[in-house]
Design a protein. Sequence first.
Length: 71
Amino acid sequence: MTTQTFNVTGMTCGHCAGAVTSELKALDGVNDVNVDLVAGGTSTVTVTSEAPIEEAKVVGALEEAGDYKLA
């Protein structure tokens, strides 16, 4: 198991956090996602997975969820 933390911008509400969580959980090997929402600021997203997740896959999941970006 590995845990990675990503700083994400663009989230403003619980719906945003839910969309990001859903898309990240859909990635292969991801077991858990925890979002510490900072509305309108830089939120912290913690991903627990079987192996490290490539940053490009995280970026893709964020784009799929909405207009969210790595900080």
